[in-house]
Design a protein around this ligand. Sequence first.
Ligand SMILES: C[S@@+](CC[C@H](N)C(=O)[O-])C[C@H]1O[C@@H](n2cnc3c(N)ncnc32)[C@H](O)[C@@H]1O
Length: 257
Amino acid sequence: MESRKEKEALFHDIKGKDFLNMTEEEYQKKYPSAKFYSVTNASEIYVDKVISKLKGKKVLDYCCGKGKLSVKMARMGAEVVGIDISEESINAAVLAAKEANMSERCNFIIGDAEKTPFEDESFDAIVFSGVLHHLDLENAFKELARLVKKNGMILGIEALAHNPVFMWYRRKTPELRTEWEINHILTVSNIEMGLKYFDRLTIRYFHLLVLLAVPFRKTCVFKALRALLNGIDAIILSLPGIQRLAWQGIFIYRKKK
Ligand SMILES: C[S@@+](CC[C@H](N)C(=O)[O-])C[C@H]1O[C@@H](n2cnc3c(N)ncnc32)[C@H](O)[C@@H]1O
């Protein structure tokens, strides 16, 4: 295996093992960036709406990690296959599916997302979250285009590289990510590169000012503050020029017929 991929597998094996063996408090202490997910409810609502249309479809969770999204899609009625290079993450995903009583609708395999064992056009849809910055982008796009059926959907939920404050935080906390990851956070141009393989790209932008609510997440004002800042984000992140400063871009491609 290439050394980049070995490093990815090792880093996520440690994280997967910690997830299984630590209490939530211990895990949050070791991986403090987990706290930022307390304010991602707006993008989760949007993603839920998209994946709720995948009932009965064969869906690939590309680099599924600990299987959170796989289990959610299975609960919504999708037939899910998850692939990840980290054995410990796959162990956590298998356990998550079992605990949710979703094992029959979830199949997980350990493998390289840039060179998967699946046949051409195996999936109606492919979904990934926090993934492309771990891969060689051109290899990933080629593989995604090979695996999805004609007119199938690709949904990506990814961090963006345009906000200098977020990039500063990422560089200041190298222990929380792999070296490859820091240097390959996606730009909007990277997302547009996918149009070489797919068409009908739509991008929605999420989470900017709402991150100011994170320090208040254990207080009684949190929900109201989060709702207010989500409302402001919905307005400012619709403005071209400002929108790419968002933390996350959520994009959908369709494969040409
Ligand atoms: C940030 S995690 C995201 C996991 C999951 N999608 C989620 O939302 O929780 C990135 C995942 O990519 C996996 N990964 C990195 N390189 C990979 C590769 N070449 N093939 C398959 N998985 C890979 C890692 O093991 C890790 O689980």
